[in-house]
Ligand binder design. Structure first.
Ligand SMILES: [Zn+2]
Length: 435
């Protein structure tokens, strides 16, 4: 057993429903077999468990491991291509790079870079858009399993409007997905997700095969894109004869409590109502929305309808793996919405990148905060002395203010240790893997 001593901040109660930030200046977390078996004041736990090994985490803040609900594995190397709207960016940047993952060695190298990028940023759980190539998806699951990262992922499928090398058929999509799920679904910390790229690139037959696969793989997840960009939405409407974007997925049984739809910048009221009723979640990706000029996410309408919202970095349209930056951008976008914006506190931001993500992925019983009974997925944020983050935290009036400084200023470099399931992630090994 190990007893961790730290300043711990988390959000066991949802701040969007009145929950307060929980801050313990000198907490003890007793961890056994990857599970937090007791939480309390350090001195008290030390007395009651003299046999436990002590790990002191002085200064800084211990937070729950971050949860990313939308990120693309094959796009690590194209992060930062600015100045294009969605469809042009796909054509010129994303799809040419995604085609390169047909080569297994290339895919393995990118998988190592991707997993290292997430863990270095403090992300311990992610819902990941895989590759269009099954061997590349195997490479991703292998890299994640070796590192301790908890992922839900799968084969990305499309059969039109991408480029010929990325197209599949309904039968092949089903067969390859079924075989990947047999290898990875429920194995260790991995789970399988059915992933049509977006309705624009999928015929109705292909979406029907996705629905079949989702039904045939018990407890599989579904994720795709929804209502990201106005040109995209108009094209989907034309291709599918005028119905709602959500209905392209819904009519095949793909919208339910195990569904996460990315973006939803331009939803209709009917779509929001339907998602709330189905229990489907939305992955809000604010740096991507800003970089591609997709729009200002209507968080107020999602909250009003009761649609669960979490955050995703959406690498490579998003501008990096850090969910601190993503949360800051969520805050900034809401400020820009004026009277329609939702004022987000540091507690809201922490909730969005931890507990809300865990909830969207059906993992709230296991992760999302650092209560007794949860898995010990945690990150230690400890800025270098003399940096603006270190200075502002030192001069903060209380923990909530210190947490706001983390969202304003922290980068991956300030995440000095990551634990996945109680096991410290070795940063040197991550670095070696990407050489
Ligand atoms: Zn995306």
């Amino acid at each position: 057993m190990t007893l961790y001593r730290a300043q711990v901040i988390d959000t066991p109660e949802d701040p969007f429903s009145g929950g307060a930030l929980r801050c313990d200046a000198d907490a003890g977390l007793l961890v056994d077999g990857g599970v937090i078996v007791a939480r309390g004041g350090f001195a008290d736990l030390r007395r009651r468990h003299p046999e436990a090994d002590i790990v002191e985490l002085p200064d800084g803040i211990l937070l729950p491991g971050l949860v990313d609900t939308h990120v693309h594995f094959p796009q690590v190397r194209v992060i930062g291509a600015l100045g294009m709207p969605l469809l042009e960016w796909l054509e010129r940047c994303a799809l040419p790079e995604e085609s390169r993952l047909a080569e297994a060695g290339y895919a393995r190298a990118v998988a190592a870079e991707f997993v290292a990028g997430l863990l270095q940023a403090g992300t311990t759980t992610a819902l990941v858009f895989g590759s269009h190539f099954a061997p590349a998806v195997d490479a991703l699951f292998e890299a994640a399993a070796a590192s301790g990262l908890r992922i839900t992922s799968g084969l990305v499928v499309g059969d039109r409007m991408l480029r010929p090398g990325l197209h599949t058929s309904a039968k092949r999509a089903y067969d390859e997905g079924r075989a990947l799920a047999a290898r990875w679904h429920g194995v260790g910390r991995s789970r399988y997700a059915v992933i049509p790229r977006f309705a624009l690139s999928c015929s109705d037959d292909l979406l029907a095969s996705c629905g079949q696969l989702h039904r045939d793989v018990p407890d599989s997840w579904f994720t795709s894109h929804l209502n990201e960009n106005l040109d995209e939405i108009a094209t989907v409407r034309r291709l599918f004869g005028g119905g709602s974007y959500l209905d392209c997925y819904d009519r095949h049984g793909l919208v339910g409590p195990r569904s996460v739809l990315a973006h939803d910048v331009h939803p209709t009221d009917e779509e929001l109502k339907r998602m709330a009723e189905a229990g489907a979640s939305v992955a809000h990706c604010p740096t991507s929305n800003a970089a591609l000029g997709s729009g200002l996410f209507p968080l107020n309408r999602h909250l009003a309808y009761g649609v669960p919202v979490a955050l995703g970095c959406d690498v490579g349209a998003g501008t990096g793996f850090s969910l601190f930056k993503e949360a800051l951008q969520a805050y900034l976008l809401q400020q820009l919405r004026g009277p329609d914006g939702t004022a987000l506190s540091a507690a809201h931001l922490l909730h969005l990148v931890t507990a809300a993500g865990a909830q969207a992925l059906g993992l709230r019983d296991h992760i999302g905060d650092l209560s007794a009974g949860r898995r010990f997925d945690a990150i230690w944020v400890r800025p270098q002395p003399g940096t603006p983050l270190h200075i502002t935290i030192r001069h903060s009036n209380g923990p909530e203010e210190a947490l706001a400084k983390v969202f304003a200023l922290a980068t991956s470099h300030d995440v000095v240790q990551v634990w996945a399931d109680g096991i410290p992630v070795r940063r040197d090994r991550l670095a070696d893997a990407v050489m």
